[in-house]
Design a protein around this ligand. Structure first.
Ligand code: SAH
Length: 388
């Protein structure tokens, strides 16, 4: 595979494996997984990407000015507000990047000032663009330091004249001194305020603040592995913890008796409920709240689940969740993780409390970065017949 070099790599810092041939990157990741997880079970060979470039369906740029006063957009230098201009990122979706460049070019004629992180003056802080890989629907989020975008209708009109493929434009207001990109308040100024995408035969709506995997091609492989590991027959009660917009829940629901998804983010839960309806799935329900608390309540009330999918953030799960999970004692746990260190820690707990690790499948979701996604199958130690 050709080894393309990025011009911004050194300063940007987003891709730890820039300049490393792709095959080599996969080897490094495999080695890391074996080092951290090999003690639990044999680690299957990582599933790499056919084309590791331009996979990111979500692109974010911070906006500001350089010393000469020129408008620039790009990424923050590590732990600063200093913007490193990024052009032609090798892992981000090209169309999303093109839209960000167009917006940058429009600011002057619309007299839109960029926000100054030090003084708090100015308007445009960030632009985020998300694209549905299968549907082509595109969401543009303009993150502003104050609520009003002057001539917003003309701005949208001019932007869509260049990019008619944009299906929704959202203003997000972030007036806090924070490193978080998105603020609480948001308003669609064009289109429905969300996009849709398709994965594994289901259609999903995605709101601005809802989590959605950034690598759609590999996500289908990831979810297929997770569902296969669950070995569902149609009779099972399933929990999908940290369920986001209900992706795994709804894909699993087609093969299970019932699925309960639990998720903290309110917007994601609303998306999940609507996604169930829109896909005509009647055996999935969603609860909003902390996954740990939900599991405590399930265990306290002697509820039963046959299979638990869990897909926590990079920091992993917590003792509250894990201790109630082992009390609930599902036959199988499918742990989907983007942080091998926290995964190793949580697996240690589960192995100590009656589970054994049956399969470990690393999957590439983040080419050129050091991150790895992993699917793990655990089953209760007493269970002898694992029909995998
Ligand atoms: N399974 C989903 C989402 C995984 S990302 C998918 O594949 O798309 C992890 C999710 O956990 C995010 O949606 C985040 O909002 C949610 N989350 C974070 N902390 C949580 C908690 N304490 N309880 C429940 N959900 C949580």
């Amino acid at each position: 595979m050709e080894n393309i070099i990025c011009r911004s790599a050194k300063k940007c810092g987003g891709c730890q494996y820039q300049g490393v041939p792709y095959e080599e990157q996969l080897k490094k990741k495999q080695k890391m997984e074996e080092k951290l997880l090999g003690k639990f079970c044999k680690v299957s060979p990582i599933i790499g990407m056919e084309n590791p470039y331009h996979y990111r369906n979500k692109v974010h740029s911070a906006f500001g000015r350089d010393r000469k006063g020129n408008i620039i957009s790009g990424t923050y230098e590590a732990s600063t507000h200093h913007i490193i201009p990024v052009e032609d990122c090798l892992i981000e979706d090209e169309k999303c990047q093109e839209i960000i460049r167009t917006i940058r070019g429009m600011l002057k004629s619309f007299k839109i000032k960029t926000y100054d992180e030090d003084t708090g003056y100015g308007l445009l802080r960030h632009v985020m663009v998300r694209r549905g890989f299968q549907t082509g629907e595109i969401m543009v989020i303009l993150v502003l330091g104050s609520p009003i975008l002057p001539s917003k209708n003309n701005f949208v009109k001019a932007l869509r004249q260049v990019h008619p493929e944009i299906t929704t434009v959202i203003l997000n207001i972030n007036d806090k001194r924070t490193s978080m990109v998105l603020g609480e308040r948001e308003k669609a100024i064009y289109g429905p305020g969300f996009i849709r995408d398709r994965l594994c035969g289901c259609t999903f709506r995605i709101s601005p603040k809802s989590f959605y995997q950034v690598n759609p091609v590999q996500t289908e492989i990831l979810y297929d592995t997770a569902i296969r590991y669950a070995g569902l027959t149609g009779k099972e009660t399933v929990i999908d913890a940290y369920c986001g917009i209900g992706t795994i829940s709804l894909i699993a629901a087609r093969h299970a008796k019932k699925v309960i998804g639990v998720e903290l983010n309110k917007d994601a839960v609303r998306d999940a409920r609507i996604n169930a309806k829109e896909n005509r799935i009647q055996n999935a329900e969603f609860r909003q709240g902390d996954a740990g608390e939900f599991m405590v309540a399930m265990a306290d009330n002697d509820q039963h689940a046959d299979v638990v999918f869990m897909d926590p953030p990079r920091a992993g799960s917590d003792e509250k969740f894990l201790s109630s999970l082992v009390r609930l004692a599902p036959d199988k746990i499918i742990y989907i993780s983007c942080g091998p260190e926290s995964l190793a820690r949580d697996l240690k707990y589960l192995v100590k409390h009656g589970y054994e690790v049956k399969k470990i499948q690393p999957t590439e979701l983040f080419a050129f970065t050091e991150h790895v996604e992993t699917v793990v199958l655990l089953s209760q130690k007493s269970q002898t017949d694992i029909s995998m």
